[in-house]
Design a protein around this ligand. Structure first.
Ligand SMILES: [Zn+2]
Length: 91
């Protein structure tokens, strides 16, 4: 394998964009305010839903799957090394 072409695939895999349906916007998980108004509160709300609200009903979906394949694929948040990442929820 050519080292120059080798990417950090695992990191890359988890750097998924995530779209929040109620706000009709993509969230920026690199920012503590998610790049949206009241983003910090929103993050709290989303995290409180874990274990209570089914993933499909939390409003987070993959914008790429929607745009490229016309599919609504729910996403959930995972924390890795202190950073929030969005992962596809494949039911
Ligand atoms: Zn996707």
């Amino acid at each position: 394998m050519d080292d120059d072409l080798q990417i950090d695939s695992d990191e890359d895999l988890f750097r998924n964009p995530v779209y929040y349906e109620p706000a009709a916007r993509n969230l920026d998980l690199d920012r503590s305010d998610l790049g949206v108004p009241q983003g910090q509160e929103l993050l709290d709300v989303l995290l409180r839903m874990r274990g209570r609200v089914p993933v499909e009903k939390r409003g987070l979906i993959c914008p790429d799957c929607r745009d490229l394949r016309g599919r609504r694929v729910p996403m959930y948040l995972v924390q890795r090394d202190g950073v929030w990442l969005a992962s596809h929820y494949l039911s």
